[in-house]
Design a protein around this ligand. Structure first.
Ligand SMILES: Cc1cc2nc3c(=O)[nH]c(=O)nc-3n(C[C@H](O)[C@H](O)[C@H](O)COP(=O)(O)O)c2cc1C
Ligand code: SF4
Length: 429
């Protein structure tokens, strides 16, 4: 078996097994650990065979939306009439998420290998890795790995003598959150502003330079070599039917042991927060959790017994998103937390859609006013109304991203808003 196996729930390390081992960053170190064996196997297969294995594995995109990866690859045209592209989305700017940078920092060749296999499957001969510009140390590691892989013939002309050629370009971002949205990312790669465009056409029909393109997240692509080397049934031994495999959980906020943990999908969220991360520090109680990164609906402490699968989190009224729970204990003012989230999205709106450009700004201003003690009860209705106006009416879902946490906090912690408005006092302890 070329890739790590299951030990037990706490040490299910398909992606994180070599994190912390500096030798794994080097090509030699990676080869010693079974690296690039999966690429060799993929080169023996037809592109559609690779796609079929990934489809059967049930792997779903780890960039937030959870779209089935094999199905996405299957949308790419089958003919070789014109160039195809793969974009690896290494932007990772969702507040709360910090997993992709660790994959690239410790095991850059794992991701590169995943990129090459995916490129082969979708008949691409050029991969763009779009990486957040602020990740300076990570960029250095990644660039070094790309150079090494070029020199050893894993990237470039006729990869490993197969006759199939593939180049990789690492392209840096300049700090815009919206460049992580796939069409914004492609606009940026083509030299424009990172402004999303309307879908359809979807990237598989019309992507960078007008050519068929697939955009995948770092963690998605890093999951691929293991699947190709060990088969889809191997991957399906973890997780549920609709949410197979393992997931890196970025746990932050009021926790005794915050950090990245790789866990099988489906572990109850309460287990992650209390057993794995030790709960809130100093004996304080958990008040609320935003489970999937800042753009997901928050859950109260009583709602944490949900299964951490895509379907389980949806049934709980939230989303798995990037699996980045932000834990807030009883000392947290939720109004203040929502104001900060709203400010973030208002700042990051690209400004193309009126609802998003104006609406996120209004929400931030109203929340600020309430926080400053100048709110009125009708502000709550206005906030609900704004949530309505921002949902499903814009080019991309950045606008919706502020609605999910805000509306859930209004529904579940209305007393917090009322207390600020009526008594200029917070319900946090
Ligand atoms: C505002 C916004 C920001 C996003 N940022 C990221 C990001 O930083 N990284 C990422 O992989 N996906 C991000 N996405 C999702 C991408 O648009 C896309 O769905 C994803 O890269 C597809 O990869 P996957 O199928 O492997 O998940 C973002 C989406 C939106 C709407
Ligand atoms: S929703 Fe916001 S970020 Fe997305 S395209 Fe419209 S203005 Fe830009």
């Amino acid at each position: 078996m070329a890739y790590p196996y299951r030990d037990d729930r706490e040490t299910t390390t398909l992606l994180s097994r070599y994190m912390g081992e500096p030798e794994a960053r080097t090509l030699d170190g990676w080869l010693e650990r079974g690296g690039y064996e999966a690429l060799g196997m993929a080169l023996e297969m037809k592109p559609d065979e690779i796609t079929e294995i990934v489809k059967e594995s049930g792997l779903r995109g780890r960039g937030g939306a959870g779209f089935p990866t094999g199905m996405k690859w299957g949308f790419m045209p089958k003919e070789n009439g014109r160039e195809h592209y793969l974009c690896c989305n290494a932007d990772e700017s969702e507040p709360g998420a910090f997993k992709d940078r660790e994959i690239m920092r410790w095991t850059p060749h794992l991701m590169i290998e995943g990129c090459l296999i995916a490129a082969r499957a979708i008949r691409a001969e050029h991969v763009y890795i779009y990486i957040r510009g602020e990740f300076f140390p990570v960029v250095r590691v990644l660039n070094q790995a790309v150079v090494e892989a070029y020199e050893a013939g894993y990237i470039g002309r006729s990869v490993l003598g197969s006759g199939w050629s593939c180049d990789i370009t690492v392209h840096l971002g300049a700090g815009a959150y919206i460049a992580g949205e796939e069409t914004g990312l492609m606009s940026w790669l083509m030299g424009g502003r990172a402004e999303p465009w309307m879908k359809p056409p979807f990237p598989a029909a019309r992507g960078i330079f007008g050519a068929p393109t697939t955009v995948n997240n770092v963690e998605t692509l890093a999951s691929v070599p293991g699947i190709v080397a060990n088969g889809s049934a191997w991957y399906r031994q973890w997780g549920s039917d609709k949410s197979s495999g393992t997931k890196l959980w970025c746990c932050s906020g009021h926790l005794v042991k915050p950090g990245n943990y790789e866990l099988e999908l489906g572990v109850p969220l309460s287990e992650i927060i209390y057993d794995v991360c030790g709960g809130a520090p100093d004996g304080r109680r958990v008040r609320a959790v935003i489970p999937g990164g800042s753009s997901t609906a928050l859950l109260t402490a009583d709602e944490l017994d949900c299964e951490t699968t895509y379907e389980g989190m949806q049934a709980a009224g939230s989303a798995l998103g990037t699996a980045s729970p932000i834990v807030m204990d009883e000392s947290t003012c939720l109004l203040s937390a929502m104001r900060r989230i709203a400010q973030f999205y208002a700042h990051e709106s690209c400004g193309q859609c009126v609802q998003c450009r104006e609406g996120t700004e209004w929400i931030a201003k109203i929340l600020r006013r309430i926080e400053d003690g100048d709110g009125a009860m009708k502000d709550i209705d206005t906030l609900y109304d704004l949530c309505e106006q921002l949902t499903g009416r814009t080019i991309c879902v950045l606008a919706d991203s502020v609605v999910f946490p805000l509306r859930s906090s209004l529904d579940k912690f209305r007393d917090e808003y009322e207390s600020h408005i009526q008594q200029d006092a917070c319900t946090a302890t």
